[in-house]
Design a protein. Structure first.
Length: 162
C-alpha cells in the first residue's frame, strides 16, 4: 500500500491505537512464520506467557494477566490452550482452591529452552534489524506512552472532563 493511500497514516494521532494494533498483528504474523520454520506448535501470542512462567515460575492467572497486561479472560483462554497442548499444568492454589496456579510442564520447559536457544534470538535479531538505529528510542517512547496512559487515561486528557 502506498503511503498516500493509507487512511490510518493520513489521520495522524487520531488512529494511533489502530496503527499499533495493525503493526502488532503484522509483527505477530511475521513472527509466526519464523516459529513455523522452527516447527513450533505454539502460537506466537502464547510465547510471552511461556517466557513469563520460565522466568518467574508458577503464577496465578491474575498475576499472569497483570504481568503481561492482558485481560484475565484472554489469559484463561491461552492457559487452557497451552494445557491441552501439554505445555502447562493448572492446579488449585494451596491457600485458596478457587485460585488457579499455572506452571510449565516438563514438555513446556523443554519447549521454552528450545525457543530461547533457537527461535527467540532469530526473532529478536530480525526486529533489531527492522529497528536499526532507533530501537532504544522506540522502546523509550513506548514506555512513555504506556506510563502516560497508566498515569492519566485519554478520557482525562480531552479537556472535556477536567
Amino acid at each position: 500500500m502506498h503511503e498516500s493511500d493509507d487512511v490510518l497514516r493520513s489521520t495522524g494521532l487520531l488512529t494511533l491505537g489502530t496503527r499499533f494494533r495493525r503493526l502488532g498483528e503484522r509483527l505477530q504474523a511475521e513472527t509466526q512464520v519464523v516459529l513455523g520454520e522452527a516447527a513450533t506448535q505454539v502460537p506466537v501470542a502464547s510465547h510471552p506467557l511461556l517466557n513469563l512462567l520460565d522466568r518467574r515460575g508458577p503464577q496465578q492467572v491474575g498475576q499472569i494477566s497483570e504481568a503481561l497486561g492482558v485481560t484475565q479472560p484472554g489469559i484463561t483462554r491461552a492457559v487452557a490452550s497451552l494445557s491441552k497442548s501439554g505445555m502447562v499444568a493448572i492446579r488449585p492454589s494451596d491457600s485458596d482452591g478457587r485460585i488457579r496456579v499455572v506452571s510449565l510442564t516438563e514438555e513446556g520447559t523443554a519447549f521454552v529452552a528450545q525457543c530461547r536457544a533457537e527461535v527467540w534470538p532469530r526473532v529478536e535479531r530480525a526486529v533489531a534489524d527492522l529497528c536499526d538505529g532507533f530501537a532504544a528510542e522506540l522502546l523509550d517512547h513506548l514506555d512513555r506512552i504506556e506510563d502516560g496512559l497508566a498515569d492519566r487515561p485519554l478520557s482525562r486528557r480531552t479537556g472535556d472532563t477536567e
